[in-house]
Design a protein around this ligand. Structure first.
Ligand SMILES: [Zn+2]
Length: 502
């Protein structure tokens, strides 16, 4: 994780304790019936699909511009295990929902405050603090299902469509300010940097009360269809509301002036009753991800070690396997590689294909100078699960350490062919290509990374450079040319259509 201050880690602990509310709830959890934000909303009802409001290309550009601000302002996790877990859970909910069309991307923000938000183009962010505050996987799924419904019902796109005079980058900035205004400290946040007050942005772009009710209703339906507990929606919201009452003095302005009322919870409870409870057990990955985030929430490894020793000794955990895994991670961070391996060994014997265990084992092997062994061990796992980002990345990293950057690059190229959305991997591919002495591929994948993180013009320059490399193989040259044409077309579009047409 990024540099977590001791204050931040103690905030994480507070967050799951009874003072649960060192938190700011954004768009989602705030707009309650009766909130002035909700009542002040006067959005045009387009009553039409988002595609009529904004073209797909414009939506995509809006999403990229929005994510650019998010990356600059928030600590977005690039950890393959954490990100893959939230993406897997999110996409499972999308598949279970009635509206499976459209683009969705899920990411974790390394922030101890309890928050989640939906941006444009299906970008859904979840704070680490929310994952830690969720006591069951259904509670986490409830928040995700609610956000997914905001996306599938085009709530945000309809709201931004009201900003008729604005260009797409300006809309992206406004949406980012609205999200950040509720998540980032007012003075330090990007919202202030942008010269836009988060609260002001929020009044311009916010979900209406009807939006919230619809997201709850559709979200509960999705939960039930995915086999998660529909009662988790009212249950989790109620818990957050109660936390808000406890935290009278220090609550953020937003929550104090616009408290979540019991109406929405009662409505959600009524809806959940139509489905009945589900007793689906939490996945092991849910518990492992929480243990991982707990471990990261400590500033120093010795604090994390103390924490896990204490919980294991007192039996204060929900899942013993996950607690040992967290302890192993803490020991590994402290450089106690053999102790970490001893913690991991029984976990791995009990479940030799669990991705978290396999990846940690390979990391410990690499730390002990056994990169070749790590690569050999991973080869089998990777073959069984070629679309697994955590496994493929661990395999590629082991190959790099073992002095085989060419094979590492080939591995990652197979991964992105299946999962082109794994943005951080393109950076790793560019590094592998450099180490392999393949400058054309280095430029090609650097271009892809730049493009996906919102730097269109530098991406185009990289591709132009790649095409000028001597002895360029025809097949590769055609691929690069095709991609260059696509990016240039996009650049022309964004210059001509900076302003959304409608
Ligand atoms: Zn909402």
């Amino acid at each position: 994780m990024t540099a977590t201050t001791p204050q931040a880690s103690s905030a994480t602990r507070r967050a799951v304790g009874d003072k649960l509310i060192a938190c700011i709830l954004s768009l989602t959890l705030v707009a309650a019936p009766g909130s002035i934000y909700a009542d002040a909303m006067d959005l045009p009802d387009f009553g039409s699909p988002a595609d009529n409001v904004m073209t797909l290309a414009e939506q995509r550009e809006l999403g990229i511009e929005f994510m650019k601000w998010m990356r600059q302002s928030l600590d977005i996790s690039t950890d393959p295990l954490i990100t893959d877990y939230i993406q897997t859970l999110g996409h499972r909910l999308v598949s279970a929902s009635r509206e499976t069309r459209g683009h969705y991307d899920f990411f974790v923000v390394e922030d101890p405050r309890i928050n989640a938000f939906a941006g444009p183009a299906g970008n859904i962010g979840v704070n680490a603090g929310l994952i830690l505050a969720a006591e069951t996987e259904s509670e986490l799924a409830a928040v995700l299902a609610h956000e997914i419904a905001h996306v599938s019902q085009n709530h945000l796109l309809r709201a931004v469509a009201a900003q008729k005079q604005m260009t797409i980058p300006a809309i992206a900035l406004l949406v980012a300010a609205a999200v950040l205004g509720a998540t980032v400290d007012g003075q330090a946040g990007a919202a202030a940097m942008m010269g836009i007050q988060g609260a002001v942005a929020q009044r311009q772009i916010n979900f209406t009360r009807a939006n919230e009710e619809e997201a709850d209703r559709i979200g509960i339906d999705t939960l039930a269809r995915a086999g998660q507990d529909p009662y988790a929606m009212p249950g989790f919201f109620k818990k957050l509301t109660q936390a808000n009452r406890v935290y009278e003095s220090g609550a953020p302005e937003l929550l104090r002036t616009h408290p979540v009322t019991s109406d929405r919870i009662a409505d959600a409870l009524g809806r959940a009753e139509r489905f009945g409870p589900s007793q689906k057990p939490d996945s092991l990955r849910f518990h492992l991800t929480r243990a991982h985030l707990w471990e990261l929430s400590f500033n120093r490894a010795d604090q994390a070690i103390d924490h896990f020793q204490d919980t294991l000794q007192k039996g204060r955990y929900r899942n013993e396997t996950a607690e040992h895994y967290g302890y192993a991670l803490a020991l590994a961070r402290a450089g106690r590689v053999n102790d970490a391996a001893a913690q991991l060994e029984p976990l791995l014997s009990a479940d030799p294909s669990q991705v978290e265990f396999v990846v940690l084992q390979s990391q410990l092997d690499r730390r002990r100078g056994n990169a070749a062994k790590a690569a050999r061990d991973l080869k089998g796992s990777v073959g069984l699960d070629p679309g697994s980002w955590p496994l493929q990345q661990a395999y590629a990293e082991a190959l790099m350490d073992a002095g085989k950057p060419g094979e590492a690059l080939a591995t990652l190229e197979r991964l992105v062919a299946q999962r082109p959305d794994v943005t951080p991997v393109y950076q790793l591919m560019a590094d592998a290509a450099v180490k392999a002495g393949d400058s054309t591929s280095a430029m090609r994948w650097r271009a892809e990374y730049l493009y996906r993180t919102g730097d269109l013009e530098p991406a185009i320059r990289q591709l132009e450079l790649a095409l000028r490399q001597p002895d360029l193989e025809f097949h590769l040259a055609s691929k690069i040319q095709v991609r260059l044409d696509e990016l240039q077309a996009e650049e022309r579009r964004s210059k001509h259509h900076g302003k959304p047409e409608r």
